[in-house]
Every structure is written in C-alpha cells, then in structure tokens.
Design a binder for this molecule. Structure first.
Ligand SMILES: Cc1cc2nc3c(=O)[nH]c(=O)nc-3n(C[C@H](O)[C@H](O)[C@H](O)COP(=O)(O)O)c2cc1C
Length: 138
C-alpha cells in the first residue's frame, strides 16, 4: 500500500491517510454564517474521495471579523449545533476535520463586518482577490 493511504498520527489525532485539503473559503454557509446542508455534503464528499483531513475555509470568530458573504461563523452559540453536525458527519464518513479560525481585521468593510472594521492600526484594507466577488466595492 502506498504511504499516502496509510494512517498518520499527529499528536492525539490519527488521520486515516495523508491527503489533506487546505483551507478554502466555501461561501456555503447561510447569510448569518450558520452551517448549511450543502456545506456538510461538501466535506462528506471530500472525505469519501479519500481526503483524510479537511481544513475548513476560514471561519469568523466575531461578527466584526467577517470577511466574506456566506462565510461560516464560529462567533456565537447558535452556530454550535450546525458545526457539531458538520464534525459528526465528517467523522461518520471516516475523516477528520479542523476548523480554521479567523478575524479579518482591516481586510473587510463596514458592510461585511456590520460595523467599522477593527484592526490594530488605522491602515485601510489592502487589495484582495475576492474584492468584487465579496461585494466590497459596492
Ligand atoms: C477560492 C480559494 C479560497 C481560499 N480560502 C482560504 C482560506 O479560507 N484560508 C486559507 O488559509 N487559505 C485559503 N486559500 C488558500 C488555499 O488554502 C491554498 O493554500 C492555496 O490555494 C494554494 O496555493 P495556490 O493557489 O497558489 O496553489 C484559498 C484559496 C482559494 C483559491
């Protein structure tokens, strides 16, 4: 058997194989950031396709740090049931999942963050590849 398909232990986490899906913003949560069925299906399909470890797209930890529309949130208690459903589904399919946490800092807009963005300095947002897709220019 190829080494790629053999289990790997990282600390207390045992991965079923060596295939890792790097963090990729999905834009598949609902408008307030809660996990959707489509998002769960996305990760289940990846695991069924032999992704041993899926790292989610960045999840905003506070509403002020939301960078993108339909970004998954891990910012308030009512997101927990959906997030739990996501991990349970991935585990049931035999995979492992890591949530990537983020706060957009200056890399967002008032519209996206629902308030004036919070950042360590007063420097404005830098150019970003998702600028138009995210509706930042509107
Ligand atoms: C559509 C898209 C969304 C991405 N979202 C994230 C993300 O949420 N978090 C992150 O750390 N990297 C993100 N990345 C970067 C990827 O995880 C990956 O590191 C990168 O695409 C690999 O480099 P390459 O695109 O130059 O091959 C994203 C990349 C793309 C293309």
């Amino acid at each position: 058997m190829s080494l790629l398909f053999s289990p790997l232990k990282i600390g207390q986490l045992t991965l079923p194989n060596r295939f890792v899906c790097s963090a990729t913003y999905e834009g598949m949560a609902d408008a307030s950031g809660r996990v959707s069925d489509a998002l769960i299906q996305r990760y289940v399909q990846l695991v069924r396709g032999d992704v041993g470890l899926a790292i989610t797209g960045h999840m905003f930890v506070h509403r002020s740090g939301r960078a993108m529309p339909f970004q998954t949130g891990i910012h308030q208690d009512d997101t927990i049931p959906g997030l739990k459903q996501l991990t349970t589904a991935v585990h049931a399919a035999g995979g492992r999942i890591v949530f990537q946490l983020s706060h957009a800092g200056r890399q967002t807009t008032k519209k996206m963050a629902g308030q004036r963005p919070w950042a360590p300095s007063a420097i404005g947002r830098g150019p970003g590849q998702f600028r138009q897709a995210a509706g930042h220019d509107q």
